[in-house]
Design a protein around this ligand. Structure first.
Ligand code: PXP
Length: 241
């Protein structure tokens, strides 16, 4: 069985920098350390309000990232133009609300099929792989297929936030079934959001999962053990090379 690879989300290095509107810590530096420690991709979310990652970060990352750059973004015209100019390997379309602390759920594909189909075609037209961040719901997974997305990223937030064992087992089952359906439809299936050193194990073992996007927990641990050690520890837990 092949295990998923780790993509490190460095948004929260930028959160710390922006708290002081200064130049450190630099998410670009963090991304390079993460790659050196074995991360196989770097993920950033350029939000409309620029609360953490800035345009400069994405542009410099594009020049220096040696693995893959995954740009998470809302499907707005501004962001599509940005992606077309920066050319990340992957664009992950996510929902975005100004007042939220972080992305709060998957994208609801139903009801914006026409708009998304246009956005996806524009990005794929220049060779960018498009991933859709969705909840593990059959109708959403089937809609991703209809939209001709390359990948889906299953939202693991409900699994991560489930307090009791029973709830967690139920959410894990939803992810397993969603992953199976996605693969049957020919989509690459990834996962992320809210994953930590304590809850990543069962998700990493979901059959056929290709990539895990993990940010907050790794950056939090880096404060104590350093970025390279934090990345290595997460890779060891996932079990991937
Ligand atoms: N995947 C997506 C689509 C996200 O929006 C985020 C948060 O930016 C993550 C993964 C990473 O989540 P976390 O920071 O909780 O690991």
């Amino acid at each position: 069985m092949t295990l998923p690879i780790l993509h490190v989300n460095v948004d929260h290095i930028a959160t710390l920098r922006q708290a002081r509107r200064t130049i450190e810590p630099d998410p670009v530096y963090g991304a390079l350390v993460a790659e050196q420690a074995g991360a196989r991709g770097i993920t950033v979310h350029l939000r409309e309000d620029r609360r953490h990652i800035q345009d400069r970060d994405v542009e410099v990352l594009r020049q220096v990232v040696q693995t893959k750059l995954n740009l998470e973004m809302a499907g707005t015209d501004e962001m599509v133009k940005k992606a077309l100019s920066v050319r990340p390997e992957i664009c992950t379309l996510v929902p975005e609300k100004r007042e939220e602390v972080t992305t709060e759920g998957g994208l609801n594909l139903l009801g914006q099929m026409e708009h998304l189909s246009e956005v996806i075609a524009r990005l794929q037209g220049v060779g960018i792989r498009v991933s859709l961040f969705i909840d593990p719901v059959d109708a959403q997974i089937e809609a991703a297929k209809t939209l001709k997305a390359d990948d889906i990223e299953l939202h693991t937030g409900e699994y991560a936030h489930a307090k009791e064992l029973e709830g967690r087992a139920f959410q894990l089952k939803r992810l397993q079934e969603g992953a199976r359906l996605g693969q049957e439809l020919g989509l690459q299936v990834n996962a992320g959001h809210g994953l930590t050193y304590f809850n990543v194990g069962p998700v990493a073992k979901i059959v056929g999962l290709k990539e895990l996007n993990i940010g907050h927990s790794i950056i939090a641990r880096s404060v104590y053990v350093g970025m390279a050690a934090a990345v290595r520890e997460m890779i060891a837990l996932i079990g991937a090379p």
